[in-house]
Design a protein around this ligand. Structure first.
Ligand code: MN
Length: 279
């Protein structure tokens, strides 16, 4: 076998191109954006993210990218934890072979690596066809709980919740992955007070680029977060941004001017440094 054709994620393509930078790329053919043509090593990256590997050296490289996705699988991810405004959203997703057939055309990637526009476009369909669970912790509750729990403890609580909820809908697979934000032991220490606890988890960092279920969970969580910011913007009649930089500071000042300092706890994560900067 000396030709392999794979559809890779954007992240994988970046890694691939990086690994090939010792070779000179040549002008790519139509509908392609990158091509290497060396003895036994011919690689073309198409705009559709399809990559054609020709020659035995190229096929050797391709093997590193051949999908080792095992179905059924489940996975979870969170979003909103780094944004001053808006909730903390955690989702868990289940994918088996049948479900994979319905979503493989979406070329799901980590939500951070895809645009919000694409997430908003595909998430409604994803939510329709993929068994999942979602928890959105609004700012009011977040600020209450944060008085006694740090953010990682809160995340652990929410991940545990989404796995328990998901397990009510589907038979949980042996391969159930959590995108690791804290070491396994710490995660379960955080959960000591929470009963029941979902135990059968594989902890992996950057899991969203390795497991489709985690990538899908990431998208569903991000979509919920985006929707929540839109709802807040709508409710207060002002633009509520994501992030924790200058734009967030400015929006928070404008918010206080219009609605008073006491209302802030309903829209931001008070323990962020942004709050101190407002004074
Ligand atoms: Mn994550």
């Amino acid at each position: 076998m000396s030709v392999v054709s794979l559809t890779l994620t954007k992240q994988q393509i970046d890694v691939l191109k990086e690994s090939l930078n010792k070779y000179n790329d040549i002008i790519p053919p139509q509908y392609a954006n990158f091509k290497i043509a060396e003895p036994h090593l011919n690689i073309t990256v198409y705009n559709s993210n399809k990559v054609v590997f020709q020659g035995h050296k190229a096929v050797e490289i391709a093997q590193k990218y051949m999908s080792k996705q095992i179905f059924p699988q489940a996975g979870s991810d969170e979003t909103g934890n780094g944004s001053y405004f808006g909730p903390l959203c955690v989702a868990a997703v289940y994918i088996d072979d049948e479900i994979y057939e319905k979503i493989k055309h979406l070329k799901i990637d980590d939500s951070k690596a895809t645009t919000d526009a694409y997430i908003n476009e595909i998430a409604p369909y994803l939510r329709e066809v993929v068994p999942h669970s979602l928890v959105v912790l609004d700012n009011t509750k977040y600020n209450q709980i944060q008085k006694s729990l740090n953010q990682n403890a809160m995340k652990a609580m929410l991940h545990n919740q989404v796995f328990l909820k998901l397990s009510e809908h589907v038979k949980m697979p042996a391969l159930t992955v959590i995108d690791q934000f804290t070491p396994k032991q710490t995660y379960f220490n955080y959960l000591d007070a929470n009963k029941p606890i979902y135990h059968d988890l594989k902890f992996e960092t950057k899991a969203e680029s390795k497991y489709l279920a985690v990538a899908a969970a990431s998208i569903i969580a991000r979509y919920a977060f985006n929707q929540a910011l839109l709802q807040l913007s709508d409710h207060y009649g002002m633009s509520i941004p994501s992030g924790a930089g200058k734009t967030a500071d400015e929006a928070a000042r404008a918010f206080i001017n219009r609605f008073g300092e006491d209302e802030l706890k309903h829209v931001v994560k008070l323990h962020f440094a942004n709050t101190k900067r407002l004074k």
